[in-house]
Design a protein around this ligand. Structure first.
Ligand SMILES: [Fe+2]
Length: 279
């Protein structure tokens, strides 16, 4: 089976039965380099669910549709929606699902993205029994992690980030190191961890549910998937949420958080503004 971390392939690469990864070219919010990945799940009815769609192109769409028809577009958190609109236009029969709160964001409406249904803490009928989901939310942030039962793979957007240090330029590497996002034991950026701590009990319970899934693999939207010791890696990445530890020593939460917030949350804004400027 091909290496699922075949970087920047910009085509579906098999990960497991019914699961593919698309590693797109990195995006550059604030001049930094951020690798991005879409996951493709083939449901029992043959239709596809795209988790955090990456930049659309006709070539990529054709490659995806060789697997099956695109039926569901999932914007899994409030920052991961920037490429969904183009997929929506190219796949008019697909249903667009958004993290709670996404449809109310002014930037989303201004970008012309239509959210057909909100994701919740339990799987809706189209993929119930095949994919479990866990909602993690605090303040303006919400992310829905998905657990593909057949492959025991956990799909996350920003809850676990694990960027290989050698795959990003030095400035980005420094920012990500300060924010705790680098492999081999990367976590959510420190600003996000601090935000999630504000809703401590609910986030802790959600983290416990994720850990209880005991995934065999973790595929995140930014960085190197965990193909080995995934359950342990997940426990390590989420221990901050379940109260077993605090921020790593040496982290500068204010400085790193400000930059990392722009890196992840601002990515959507940058893309939306760029498109607005081109109109
Ligand atoms: Fe992200």
């Amino acid at each position: 089976m091909p290496d699922p971390t075949d970087h920047f392939s910009d085509r579906p690469v098999p990960v497991d039965d019914g699961l593919w990864s698309v590693d797109a070219a990195p995006i550059h919010p604030l001049g930094l380099t951020l690798p991005v990945r879409m996951s493709v799940v083939r449901l029992a009815d043959g239709g596809l669910l795209l988790y955090s769609p990456t930049q659309h192109s006709p070539t990529l769409q054709r490659a995806v549709e060789e697997i099956g028809p695109v039926r569901h577009l999932v914007a899994p958190n409030v920052a991961h929606w920037m490429f969904v609109r183009d997929w929506q236009r190219a796949c008019p029969d697909a249903v667009t699902w958004g993290a709670p709160g996404l449809s109310r964001r002014a930037q989303v409406r201004a970008a012309g993205l239509r959210i057909d249904a909100d994701l919740g803490d339990t799987a809706p009928p189209p993929w119930r029994g095949e994919i479990d989901q866990v909602l993690v939310t605090s303040g303006p942030f919400a992310e829905v992690a998905m657990f593909h039962r057949a492959s025991r793979t956990l799909l996350v957007a920003d809850l676990v980030v694990n960027v290989e240090p050698g795959e990003v330029p030095p400035v980005t590497r420094g920012v990500m190191e300060a924010a705790g996002m680098l492999a081999p034991d990367g976590r959510a950026p420190v600003h996000l961890r601090m935000l999630l701590k504000l809703n401590g009990r609910a986030v802790g319970e959600a983290a416990e549910r994720l850990i209880a899934l005991e995934p065999r693999r973790i595929v995140m939207c930014h960085g190197h998937p965990h193909e080995h010791d995934a359950a342990d890696k997940l426990g390590g990445a989420l221990d901050w949420f379940v109260g077993r530890s605090g921020p790593k020593p040496g982290v500068s939460p204010v400085a790193a958080g400000a930059v990392a917030a722009g890196l992840l949350i601002g990515a959507g804004l940058a893309v939306a503004r760029g498109r607005a400027a081109r109109r």
